[in-house]
Design a protein around this ligand. Structure first.
Ligand code: HSE
Length: 285
């Protein structure tokens, strides 16, 4: 039997819609695989009752099929589904890595990214690699049509998950189809600042580069208390805060020594709106 742990991830980081992603230390899924005649899937853990165990409807089943690797697969969910923390990507990434090794398929980690993305498409309808890339490769990743660029980064983060459900479909439907040139110029500037910040592990640059005037404002209305929680994070020492993936998690980048205060302030700001929340204090995984 092989056991693989795959981390939660946060996509977009504001200015990098469908392009940027970062692996988090926690939470994580744990996937166990054993060779079998046909693929079976068992899911336990957080939100497991919402996840189909039918291999044709599960991300992991699609990965097993793509690698011609039938297996008994047990998924212990640590990443809540529909959290904006790459829940389905974590399972798909773990399965791709585990089954590649179990069956000695010889694919590199980079080659496993599109395999896991196809698996994720089973549930999300679209093969975005912005969560599976950091889940498989770790660090901060930039995904384009041409491939994945990975950067090591060391940052102190808080991922605050409210007890709200945001459908990815709704979150994508509010994204504008077109942007004005002035918005494009601004977004390129922020995205470039963020990449420089990641390369230097500089929380001030990353926080500044997370600003986004295109996708994030359109999605913020889907998260009750979004503006208040981001303001609370900044007041407590975060350099920036934005929606994690399609939401509802809000990701904050912290200056040294402020992580605990940022986490507490974000939870309190949600609670003031009558929304329960939990916060993961994490680094880049
Ligand atoms: N980039 C995607 C989105 C991440 O924001 O919709 C979720 O798959």
């Amino acid at each position: 039997m092989l056991i693989v742990r795959a981390p939660a991830t946060s996509a977009n980081l504001g200015s990098g819609f469908d392009v940027f992603g970062v692996a988090l230390d926690r939470p994580a899924d744990v996937v166990r695989v054993e060779k079998a005649e046909r693929t079976t899937i068992e899911v336990t853990g957080v939100g497991s009752r919402y996840i189909p165990e039918d291999p044709k409807r599960n991300t992991v089943g699609a990965v097993a099929e793509a690698l011609s690797a039938p297996a008994r697969i047990r998924i212990d969910k640590g990443v809540r589904p529909a959290s904006g923390l790459g829940s389905s990507a974590a399972s798909a990434a773990a399965a791709a890595v585990a089954l590649n090794e179990l069956y000695d398929r010889g694919r590199s980690r980079e080659e496993l990214v599109p395999v896991a993305a196809e698996g994720e498409a089973v549930v999300s309808g679209a093969a975005h690699a912005d969560n599976v890339a950091p889940a498989i490769l770790g660090g901060f990743t930039v995904v384009t049509e041409e491939g994945v660029t990975r950067v090591d980064a060391d940052l102190s983060l808080v991922a605050c998950l409210p007890d709200i459900v945001v459908s990815t479909r709704d979150a994508r439907s509010v994204v504008p189809d077109r942007v004005a040139l002035t918005d494009l110029v601004e977004t390129v500037g922020h995205a470039a600042t963020l990449v420089a910040g990641m390369a230097r592990s500089d929380p001030d640059l990353v926080g500044r580069g997370m600003a986004d005037g295109v996708v994030t404002p359109a999605r913020a209305d889907l998260i009750d208390g979004y503006d208040e929680v981001c303001a609370a994070a900044r007041d407590a020492g975060a350099t920036g805060a934005t929606i994690s993936g399609a939401g509802p998690t809000i990701l904050a980048v912290c200056r040294s020594g402020t992580q605990r205060a940022v986490a507490v302030s974000m939870i309190e700001a949600f609670e003031e709106r009558g929304v329960e929340a939990q916060a993961y204090r994490t680094g880049v995984g």
